[in-house]
Design a protein around this ligand. Structure first.
Ligand SMILES: Cc1ncc(COP(=O)(O)O)c(C=O)c1O
Length: 397
């Protein structure tokens, strides 16, 4: 209940420009329906349904027992920063030193801090649309100009380099890339990325490369980072993290890799906001990055299996057509042939069919005509969700 107040809340202007991530709202709505006794299959939230691998949990528990319960350095524990520098050097084929790594509580703070540190009012930022909603939210929050680049289904949700060329202006300060991509499951190939780097040329434009799904690519495809393109390392901020790769969403840990002079400023933002990432979490992070990696492969193979089933199932449902995602754990079916708009369809599926999904418009205006389903749920639940959607469409379309 609203409390009666004597004083009007005088929010800062900028708060009206802050967006959100609808997944959490839909989750709340779904939970409220469950409390009323409805059965809901949760395909709205973007987190692995697996538990954090046991060796990582053990390392975290052990760290707590050993007293890793105090503040640590704002940029992260030196041993973890070194392990991450070695990992990124190895996987991206570049030379990264530990002073170029900043550990933060999740992948999101790297988006927040990078935009806060680099974007002044009026600066233009090009970002994928449909795309992770926090990009646009943060650009607008700091007063930047949000310039969407449309990801098109006919281009397999890659990015049209001619369109990118047309969008770059003298005011472009930052380009955000995300591959493998949320919500479309698209991925940028090495030639795509080399083309993008070529278009940027020698302009002083920074690239925020969100690679949080880099270990979730299917069909044996290899991840390629724009940081690996000769000449681009200095202009790239690589975002990666533990949430998706090691099923560690609740531990809150991610990192950015960037030139050391920028890392100093991102570290200042850490000091001003969080002080540091939780110390015992970081000790577990060292085990995650250096320890047995078989659980990562296992999760990827499982998502690949589920993807086949869900895409095949959706393509049999009236009005739905779905491309095979190349990575991440989402499917993004086109629903235009249902005759419904995305948001009302997502609402109806939640309320009437008991399947929680996200409207494509949760990811920007160009998400209209699509829904996003997370496949991070058991095969049994995915089959049941397909069945429920099929039954609903048979009754309502
Ligand atoms: C593309 C993308 N970037 C960043 C994040 C943030 O990850 P974290 O939970 O580690 O903050 C997400 C999470 O859904 C994501 O999908």
């Amino acid at each position: 209940m609203e409390r009666a107040t004597q004083y009007e809340l005088q929010l800062a202007q900028r708060m009206s420009r802050l967006g959100t991530e609808t997944a959490f709202e839909v989750l709340n709505k779904a939970r409220a329906l469950e409390r009323q006794g409805k059965s809901i299959i949760h395909l709205e939230i973007g987190e692995p349904d697996f538990d954090t691998p046991a060796n990582i949990v053990e390392a975290g528990v052990d760290a707590l027992r050993k007293g890793w319960t105090h503040y640590g350095p704002s940029a992260g524990l030196p041993e973890l920063r070194q392990a991450l520098a070695d990992y990124v050097s190895r996987t991206r084929g570049v030379k990264v030193t530990s002073d170029e790594v900043v550990v933060v509580p999740g992948g999101k703070p790297i988006i927040f801090f990078t935009i806060l540190a680099l974007i002044d009012e009026g600066d233009e930022v090009i970002y994928p649309n449909p795309g992770f909603p926090i990009y646009e939210s943060m650009i607008r929050y700091v007063g930047g100009r949000a310039v969407p680049i449309r990801l098109r289904e006919e281009g397999d949700f890659s990015l049209d380099v001619n369109e990118l060329t047309a969008l770059i202006s003298d005011h472009t300060k930052l380009i955000i890339l995300n591959s493998p991509q949320n919500p479309t499951g698209g991925a940028l190939s090495r030639p795509d990325i080399e083309q993008i780097a070529k278009i940027i040329g020698d302009r002083n434009i920074m690239v925020l490369s969100d690679e949080i799904y880099s270990r979730l690519l299917f069909d044996g495809a290899e991840h390629f980072s724009i940081m690996s393109v000769p000449g681009m390392q200095e202009r790239t901020i690589l975002l990666d993290g533990f949430s998706k790769t090691y099923a560690m969403t609740g531990w809150r840990m991610g990192y950015g890799v960037m030139r050391s002079d920028l890392a100093t400023h991102i570290t200042r933002l850490m000091t001003n906001s969080n002080s540091c990432t939780a110390s015992f979490t970081q000790v577990a992070g060292i085990e995650a990055i250096k320890g047995d990696q078989s659980s990562v492969d296992h999760m990827r193979d499982e998502f690949q299996r589920r993807r086949q089933v869900v895409v095949a199932g959706l393509n049999k449902i009236k009005g739905f057509s779905c491309r095979m995602p190349k990575g991440a754990f989402y499917v993004f079916p086109n629903i235009t042939q249902t005759g419904w708009k995305s948001k009302p369809l997502a609402d109806a599926l939640l309320e009437q069919a008991g399947v929680a999904a996200l409207s494509g418009t949760s990811f920007g205006e160009f998400g209209e005509g699509y829904l996003r389903f997370s496949i991070a749920n058991s095969m049994e639940n995915l089959h049941q969700a397909l069945e429920r959607i099929d039954q609903w469409t048979k009754k309502n379309l």
